[in-house]
Design a protein around this ligand. Sequence first.
Ligand SMILES: [Mn+2]
Length: 365
Amino acid sequence: MKFLHTADWQIGMRAAMLGDKGERVRVARLESARRVIELARREKVDFILVAGDTFENNGVERIKVREVAKILGGAGCPVYIIPGNHDPIMPGSVWEESAWSEWPDIHLLVDQAPVEAPGATLYPCPVSAKDSRDDPTAWIRPVNGGIAIGIAHGSVETPAYEQAAPVSRQAPEVHGLDYLALGHFHSKKLYPGSDDVVRMAYCGTHEPTGFGESASGNVLIVEIPHRGAAPQIQAVRTGILEWLTHHRKIEESGQIAALATELDELSDPERTLVECVVGGTLFGAEHDALARLLEIVEQRFLFGRSDVSGLVPDQSGPDWIENLPEGYLRGAAQDLLSAACASAPDPIAAAALREYSRLWREVTQ
Ligand SMILES: [Mn+2]
C-alpha cells in the first residue's frame, strides 16, 4: 500500500512583503500543486493525504477554491483532506464551496471517525478552530487489525514552548498507528520512535512559503507493506521557487567579493529569492565589492533583499574616498567614515557612507 502525504499548500497566500513579485509566488503554489498530482499519478499511489492548511484562510476567493478542487479531483485516486488551523471547518469556510462535491474522488474528512481507504483505515483529526490546546489525536483507537494511518494538523510537543494543537511525540506508539501524517510545520521533519522506526512525519509545504524554511518544497511518498511493518518514506521535490538565505559574518578582506561572486554564479536566478544578511567588518578595499554585492542581490533575482546594517567599516579608508575631489566631497566622506567606525559605531553614518559610495560609482562609471 502506497500513498502520497502532502500539506500546507497555503493557496491564497498573499506574500505581501514581495510587492509585485508576490504574484509569481502565488502562481507557483498552484503550479507545484499540479506537480504533486502528476507525481501521485506517476507513482501510482493508492491515495493522497492532505494534512491541513490547503488554503491560507477561509476567505480565499472561491475561484481559487474551485481551481484547487479541480487539481485534486483529477488525481485519478482518492484524495483525503482535513481542514487545518488556517482553513478550519466552520460556517462560511472554503469547505462549503459546491466544487468539492463535484469531484467523486475528493473526501473531506470533517469528523473524528475512522474512514476506510484503499488498503488502510484512516483516523482523521480535522481542525475546527484557529487555536486549540487539545491534542487532536487523543481520540484515536484503532478499530481493526489493518494498517492504521492518522492525519493531523498541529505542533509536535517539545518542552520549549506552549503550542497550538499539541501532538504527542509518542502519538504513533500511544495510538497504535502505522503512520501519522502531519501538517502545520513547513519543513519536512521525520520523528523516529523508540524502535528507531519513523511512523510520524511532517512532509512540509509543497512549495516554500518564505525564507528560513530548512526543508520545504517536498512531498512524502510512503509505502507500508502490512500492519506493523516499518514505513518506507521517500521525500520528493515538488517546489519550483528557491528561497535562499545567506547570513555571513565578514572577518577578512575578500569575503564580500567572494559572496558577490557566489551569488552571481547561482543558476536559475529567475526562480530564486535571496535574503542576504551581512555583518562583521567592512574593510577599506571591499567598499566596491559591497556595492557590487548589493546590486547583484537587488537586481539579479526574482526577489532580493539585503541587510548590511551590521557591517562596521574598519579604519582603513577605502580608495574611492582618497580619490574624491579635495574639499567638502572628500571631507564629508571622511567624517562619515570616522563616525561609522568610531568605538561606538554609528550605523546611520555607515548607511550614509554606503549610499554615498553608490552615488559616487554612478556618477563616475
Ligand atoms: Mn497550520
